[in-house]
Write a protein that binds this ligand. Structure first.
Ligand code: UDX
Length: 442
């Protein structure tokens, strides 16, 4: 089928490439000329495993194109997928202006019957409005209908998650739209759940918010574990064998970040409020996460007289390993606090440094300084304190002994529970982590 994709971020580009891979003729549209030129040269604007390889392969085979010319892309498309961003407004609601722009362009250009599929995460009921909006502005006498087809890809494994998705959700309001989507996904050989458009929109939020809630619940329990002297890693392991609970997303830590969980929890909370309903569980997940992000910093504040002039090693800047994305990363909550307290920060991240540098240029900042280094060792050498924010393999492979050898004072605050408490104690490291009391510390 002839498929156009609006927006070449994580959602749009990955979807486009996967549709091409599965035999469709795809045109990806983006407003950014530089981005389009890069993609034509086989360079992905995002850091994603396997993506560039599939981009090049399909571009050479002529199954995928990149353009800024939306008219050409939309005019005779059988289906147009919308994958533009729905960023969070200051009040937590979703900003739909990008969707509105694309909808208007579609209305003015389509010249044949066309299914418009919204992949972006949108508040429940938005697709009804988008359909009406497009119909209102439609220039040519053709049939258009909107379908909801949310995605569940995680950054770093986006291509794999799309090609091997646990399920494909299709939300449609007619047999015609349903048949069209079934044809698009025919070669994917994945379970398909066909529901109404509003249910599909809700499935996306409910799934993401449930996972966020699961993490916040574990963080809450972890904090209690510290008080009652239980070990959250053992507790999670014990819980994971129960199929009703499931073993995934039980990892306590420094709080969830990224582009989805923080945004989608706040969006659903806002949506419920708009209907006069208080979504207490999700509100609690948001609150726990906010506090969790800086818990270790405040713990360190209790331990230290001052941070002024102390060398603080920061290991990991991105919100999780496998991505250069900094959105809602715990580093962004903690580093300003350390700078304000006068620390001399030495930050290491295998891929996130350049992005971070644009927000916090090297040198003096607030009362402290920030320096970016290329190896964990450079960050740790003669350091007085270390914070671990991301569990990159390069960070996990530092041995407990190396902390005590390299640091001036081997004092480690680990937001990812990378080490066994006993191993760190044995190596002479003062080790603080999440949900595990260290009996050597009083
Ligand atoms: C997530 C969902 O997994 C995906 O289905 C959805 O479409 C978008 O949001 P992503 O944000 O890329 O994907 O990353 P994910 O691997 O899910 O991690 C999200 C955050 O939760 C990270 O900050 C991670 O560190 C944290 N996390 C995850 C935990 O703290 N504990 C866990 O057990 C799992």
């Amino acid at each position: 089928m002839n498929i156009a994709v609006a927006g070449t971020g994580y959602v749009g580009l990955v979807a486009g490439v996967c549709f091409a891979e599965k035999g469709h003729k795809v045109t990806c549209v983006d407003v950014d000329v530089n981005k389009v030129e890069l993609m034509k040269a086989g360079i992905s604007p995002i850091y994603e495993t396997d993506l560039e390889e599939l981009m090049r392969k399909n571009y050479e085979a002529g199954t995928i194109e990149y353009t800024t010319n939306y008219i050409k892309a939309y005019e005779y498309a059988d289906a147009i997928f919308i994958g533009v961003g729905t960023p969070e407004r200051t009040d937590g609601s979703a900003d739909l202006s990008y969707i509105a722009t694309v909808a208007r362009q579609i209305a003015e250009t389509v010249r044949q019957d066309c299914l418009i599929v919204v992949k972006s995460t949108v508040p429940i009921g938005t697709n009804d409005k988008v359909e009406q909006f497009i119909k209102d502005f439609l220039v040519h006498d053709v049939k258009v209908e909107i379908a909801s087809n949310p995605e569940f890809l995680a950054q770093g494994t986006a291509v794999h998650d799309t090609l091997h998705a646990s399920r494909i959700i299709i939300g449609t309001e007619s047999e015609w739209a349903k048949e069209c989507l079934l044809r698009i996904y025919q070669n994917f050989n994945l379970p398909i759940v066909s529901v109404s458009r509003r249910s599909a929109e809700m499935i996306k939020y409910a799934s993401n918010d449930f996972l966020a809630l699961k993490i916040s619940y574990m963080n809450d329990i972890a904090n209690l574990c510290e008080l009652v002297d239980a070990d959250i890693e053992d507790v999670a392991k014990g819980m994971s064998f129960d199929d009703r609970i499931g073993g995934m997303f039980l990892k306590a830590g420094i709080g969830y970040g990224g582009s989805c969980f923080p945004k989608d929890t706040k969006a659903l909370k806002y949506l419920a409020q708009k209907y006069g309903y208080q979504l207490k569980t999700v509100e609690a997940a948001v609150d726990v996460n906010k506090e969790q992000k800086t818990r270790l910093f405040y713990k360190a504040c209790d331990r230290m007289i001052t941070f002024k002039g102390l060398k603080a090693a920061i290991l990991g800047l991105t919100f999780k390993p496998g991505t250069d994305d900094l959105r809602e990363a715990p580093s962004l909550d903690n580093i300003p606090l350390l700078l304000e307290a006068g620390a001399a920060i030495y930050a290491y991240d295998p891929v996130g440094t350049e992005n971070f540098r644009t927000r916090y240029p090297e040198g003096k900042n607030d009362n402290g300084t920030i320096t970016y280094v290329h190896t964990p060792k450079e960050a740790l050498e003669s350091a007085n304190i270390c914070f671990i924010f991301t569990e990159w393999n390069q960070i996990k492979s530092i041995t407990p002994k190396e902390y005590s050898l390299w640091m001036q004072t081997p004092l480690v605050y680990d937001g990812r529970n990378i080490y066994k408490v006993s191993d760190m104690n044995q190596a002479g490291v003062e080790y603080h982590s999440i949900g595990r009391r260290n009996k050597n510390i009083h």
